[in-house]
Write a protein that binds this ligand. Sequence first.
Ligand code: AHM
Ligand code: MG
Length: 334
Amino acid sequence: MTLIVSIGGNKHGKTDPYIKKDGVELDLILLIRTILAATKEIAFRVSQGELSGVLGSTLDENIQGEVQKKLDVLANQLLKDMLSDDDSVRSIASEEEEFVVPVHSTAPYIVAFDPLDGSSNIDINGQIGTIFTIYRARDDVAANSPEQFAQLGTEQVCAGYVLYGPSTYLMMTTGGPTRGYTLDLTHGGYLLTVPEVTLSQDSMEFSANMANYRYWQEGVQHYFDQVLYSSEDYKDVTMRYNGAMVGDINRILIKGGVFHYPSDARAGNENGKIRLLYEANPLAMLIEKAGGKATAHGKRIMALPPTSLHQRVPVVMGSNNLVDEFDKAIFSNS
Ligand code: AHM
Ligand code: MG
């Protein structure tokens, strides 16, 4: 059943009573609305595809050494511009920006985002999304300091993503349960469609880029050998891989399963590919608040002390049993 409540308010003038129940302050609700306003604009451009002139690549590389897509740049700029206009934002960090962007020096919140996750899917009309996270600003460091964002994932006051799929879908937590919202194109607001997401613990589905097998550590290779070829426990196993973590995690939140992006032997991938601040922590919070687990090196992702703004971590996250079995196989003797 679709509940007629909306974070952005709706034609009946109601706001989401569930968010209120989480004890969320009004200025945080307004900040979330700013982020969502930007995602609606991105969703519109994405839905226009080739017609909006945003497909294809730029000639530039981002801080991650990846060629930027036009939509990466556009989504980054939209979020940055709209958040810079919001009085409650002290600092911004983006996967596409080398440095922290200082905004309002005494504002209460800092925001980090991956403006367009799954960039390789842009040109093929595949799943892509925006991942975001909000923390309280620190008064002991400057607004332009990366130290603003050197906070544990457990300090997040809001985490979410918007998936630009056949429908535009918001998954978000403000400290309470993970909830799902669908963008209603008839009135332009996100409507609460799943008040409480509960991760299935029965799934035998995994997401991993198996083409990286040759670069993985021996323990990880051995684990996947068991899963694919020998263990009776995994005889019903199946695999799905989107090339967009946001799509894989959405599937896992709805159907259960586990996502892996292990470290590998390639230069730069010693800690895998997934960024702690922009991807791992917000998605870990959504997974945990839905009853699942998220670990790196066998430890809880949200308890990892950050060491740098663009830090990467190897990730495994999803249904408890599948995360535990992987960690037991890899880390029980280390
Ligand atoms: P991006 O934020 O630049 O799009 O990179 C992150 C993405 C994840 O969404 C996805 O799971 C992963 O990169 C795919 O990487 P690979 O092509 O190595 O499997
Ligand atoms: Mg990403």
